[in-house]
Design a protein around this ligand. Structure first.
Ligand SMILES: Nc1ncnc2c1ncn2[C@@H]1O[C@H](COP(=O)(O)OP(=O)(O)OP(=O)(O)O)[C@@H](O)[C@H]1O
Ligand SMILES: [Mg+2]
Length: 261
C-alpha cells in the first residue's frame, strides 16, 4: 500500500455498532459510530470508562468484527489484524524471552525482510525511542516507561500507516508520561504518521491531538469533536510543552462538562 496524501481518508468507520453476547444479556458497547480518520492526523479519543473506546480501537485494529456497519482502510474492508495498523496497549505485551532488539525487530523478521535491513530498522527505531544502549537487555530488566518505549518501537518498526494506541501512557508516572508525550509528538511529526490514541487524560488529548473526539456511554457514541492545533505550539518550544491559554482552558472545561454529565 502506498502512502496516502495528508488529509485523505485512511480509515473509514461507517455506521459501526458492536454488541457483545454475554451469558446474562447482550451488551451494546458502541452504536452508530461514524468516523473518518484522515492521513497525517493525530486523533485522540476521550470518554468515560466503559463508553466503548477500546471496543472501537479493536474494531479498527481488526481484532473484533462489528455487529453492524463496516470499517475500511484505504477503501478495503478490515478483516483482521494487519501490520499496516500498529497497536500499542496500556501494558506492553513484549516477548519476555527476546532481547529489546529482538522485540523491536520481530515484525520485520516475520515479514521476511532481509537480515541486513532488519538490523538497520532495529537500530533506527531503537534510536528513535532512545533505547539503543539497551538493545541486548532482557525486557524484564527495563522500567515501565522503557518497556512502553520498546512496545512503541516494535509497532513503529513495521512502518505502519496507522498507529492505534490504547491509553499507552496510562500506567506511567507524570514525568515519564510527559517525556513519552514529547517522544510520540516528535515521532508523529517526523514520520508524518496517522495516530489514533485513546486516553482518559484531557490534557494529554489537548496537548497531542489535532482532533479530539469525545464519546458518551450506554451505548457508546461520538458526542462531540474538536479540531485543535495546540500540539504545534509544543514543537520547537523551549520546554516542549504546549501553550495553555484561554482557548485551551475553554475547550478543557467544555470536555469536562460533557464527560461528567
Ligand atoms: N469481551 C467483552 N464481553 C462483554 N462485554 C464487554 C467485553 N469487552 C467490553 N465489554 C463491555 O463493553 C463496554 C465497553 O467496553 P470498552 O472496554 O470498550 O470501554 P472503554 O471505553 O475502553 O473503557 P475504559 O476507559 O474503562 O478502558 C463496557 O460496558 C464493557 O463492560
Ligand atoms: Mg479501554
Amino acid at each position: 500500500m502506498g502512502k496516502e496524501k495528508n488529509g485523505e481518508i485512511i480509515i473509514d468507520v461507517q455506521n459501526v455498532g458492536l454488541t457483545y453476547e454475554t451469558n446474562s444479556r447482550p451488551i451494546t458497547a458502541i452504536e452508530n459510530i461514524n468516523l473518518q480518520i484522515k492521513n497525517g492526523e493525530f486523533l485522540c479519543v476521550l470518554g468515560p470508562s466503559g463508553c466503548g473506546k477500546s471496543t472501537l480501537l479493536k474494531i479498527i485494529a481488526g481484532y473484533l468484527k462489528p455487529t453492524i456497519g463496516s470499517c475500511l482502510m484505504q477503501g478495503e474492508p478490515i478483516i483482521g489484524p494487519d501490520w499496516h495498523r500498529g497497536v500499542v496497549f496500556q501494558s506492553p505485551t513484549l516477548y519476555p524471552w527476546m532481547s529489546v532488539r529482538k522485540n523491536v525487530e520481530y515484525g520485520p523478521r516475520m515479514r521476511g525482510i532481509p537480515k541486513n535491513d532488519i538490523k538497520q530498522i532495529g537500530n533506527h527505531f531503537l534510536q528513535q525511542v532512545d533505547l539503543i544502549d539497551y538493545s541486548d537487555k532482557a525486557t524484564f530488566e527495563l522500567s515501565g516507561g522503557m518497556k512502553q518505549r520498546v512496545a512503541l518501537a516494535r509497532a513503529l518498526a513495521n512502518e505502519p500507516e496507522v498507529i492505534l494506541m490504547d491509553e499507552p501512557f496510562g500506567a506511567l508516572d507524570a514525568l515519564t508520561r510527559v517525556n513519552m508525550q514529547t517522544l510520540i509528538r516528535n515521532i508523529w511529526q517526523k514520520t508524518n504518521s496517522t495516530i489514533f490514541m485513546i486516553t482518559h487524560d484531557i490534557d494529554e488529548a489537548l496537548s497531542l491531538g489535532t482532533r479530539v473526539i469525545v464519546m458518551s456511554k450506554n451505548p457508546g457514541k461520538i458526542l462531540k469533536e474538536f479540531s485543535l492545533s495546540f500540539t504545534y505550539s509544543a514543537i520547537g518550544s523551549k520546554n516542549g510543552r504546549v501553550k495553555v491559554g484561554e482557548e485551551y482552558m475553554r475547550i478543557k472545561e467544555e470536555i469536562l462538562d460533557i464527560i461528567s454529565q
